[in-house]
Design a binder for this molecule. Sequence first.
Ligand SMILES: [Zn+2]
Length: 275
Amino acid sequence: MRSFFLPMLLVIMLSSKALGWGIDAEFNDDIYAQTSLAAKAIKAGVVRYCLDISPAVQNQFTEENTKRTAEWALQAWLSALGALQPPAARVEYVPCSGKKDLRIIIGSAASDPTANGADTQYVTVSADPGENSIDVRLDTDYVWHETRDVSGATNGDYRWHSIADFVEPGQTLDSLIARLAGSERLTLDQFAQERKVAHPYVFWTDYVVFLHEFGHAFGLCDTVDGLFQRYCDARYVSQGEQPSSVMKDSNFFYLTDDDLQGLKALAGRLQQKVQ
Ligand SMILES: [Zn+2]
């Protein structure tokens, strides 16, 4: 009987190794690499972020809720990086007028339209990475028109909203995210089924997009087919099928094994870049 199990085990182990992480092509540029949040965390031991929420949407995205949501998503990446290169960096909230590593912009992007409703840009204004920062923008004008006739994704229009909209009586925003990201580690599909809402209604939320965009801010690329070939550095990608992950399809409230493999590869690359 034992001889039957060994080949089975090997197949399972091999298939679980089919990881598909990728590192942003721009990461080979020193300025870009040292502006990444991964570099800031390793070098300075702190990541400073600020919020730039348009007055028009401050009722929907309150400063307090957005702080909590952003910090949960930041901590997911920082604690994973800290486990690889201890100690974990801390997070500091700062005003956007001063020095910062990350600016989170929530509002209309009429002058700078984003194709997908959200984007991440490296703002390299100086050779000193301490002066540089990263913009993560949610375009609140963006509307996702769901027309695919997919089960669980009712056709219709979906707009950005806050994960705080899912907080139930007796629950706090922290306890909700702690459950989704930590104690129960749910996929978006599981949570949508539990709350009897369409998948896109869960997908177009701040926490879900922060987790993904912050992956770009650290230095990882999109691993969805098409974008993967275009934006990942061919020298620093895992071969084979790209599995479902935060950096591929954002169907998770937590970092998947593939995201963590990407972060590990990134930290290895950074050791050569950050002195
Ligand atoms: Zn992306």
